[in-house]
Design a protein around this ligand. Structure first.
Ligand code: IMP
Length: 232
């Protein structure tokens, strides 16, 4: 990812390569982003909270706790943060579903993600017969940010590892309103992008391409708040 002109270091708590790519592209060179690919031993987080806020917080805190158990050589002390993204699609005609279950909508298991094509097919079949005005929806993203401890707490206290209470979390929400198409449109993006037509447009996120999407998406709006908070 991007290491030039670094000011703020972020370890991004996701294994979703698409999210990671979007976050890196939107934040640009003022941020030095590490991914979980660079921390292969990082724990997998069970996303069992009922809200985006809860799951984003869990992903940020669990990774920060794990990182606090050692001192990664190339994370500069004092300026490093963990950033987690929890996001999904809320469809009004489905009372907000798939919501926090967006990644596993078509899956029989509560925790196993399902392929994007199956999630999209399930969404279309549930909306079968609904006219355009009943297909309103929004993408939501909640970013959770927590600062990494400046030194390894294990090194100063043999007993007390960093616990959850030590990690103050700041949340940054972002929303993008739109509607669900009648069939998949376009090949770009990921997840529900081929079915999501942002408000005021006729083409889906998958057709509009990453530059347009990254200017108006739920993730872009949340990241803009994060950027203001971290570098003004
Ligand atoms: P998470 O890992 O629980 O946050 O899962 C997010 C899921 O929501 C993804 O797997 C997608 O199905 C969906 N999603 C979130 N953001 C987007 C987006 O920008 N485009 C398309 N689908 C998205």
């Amino acid at each position: 990812m991007n290491h030039a002109h670094a000011q703020v270091t972020l370890v991004i708590s996701t294994r979703n390569a698409h999210k990671l790519g979007e976050i890196g592209a939107i934040l640009g060179p003022s941020f030095r982003c590490f991914s979980l690919a660079e921390f292969p031993g990082a724990p997998s987080v069970v996303e069992d909270a009922k809200t985006f806020e809860g799951n984003a917080t869990k992903k940020a805190v669990e990774l920060a706790k794990w990182l606090a158990t050692f001192e990664p050589r190339d994370l500069p002390a004092g300026s490093a943060f963990v950033l987690a993204d929890d996001s999904g699609l809320e469809v009004d005609a489905l009372n907000g579903a798939p919501g926090v279950n967006s990644a596993r909508f078509a899956s029989a298991s509560a925790h196993g993600n399902s392929p994007d094509s199956e999630n999209n097919a399930k969404l279309l079949s549930l909306l079968n017969g609904k006219p355009s005005e009943q297909r309103t929806a929004r993408f939501r993203c909640v970013l959770a940010l927590t600062r990494l401890p400046e030194s390894n707490p294990a090194a100063t206290s043999p007993v007390c590892m960093a616990d959850e209470a030590e990690f103050g979390v700041e949340l940054f929400p972002g929303t993008c309103e739109g509607r669900i198409a009648f069939a998949p449109q376009g090949k770009g993006g990921f997840g529900y992008d081929p079915l999501f037509i942002p408000e005021g447009m006729e083409r889906s996120f998958a057709e509009l391409g990453e530059d347009v999407k990254n200017g108006i998406s739920h993730r872009a709006r949340a990241l803009e708040k994060l950027r203001k908070r971290l570098i003004g």
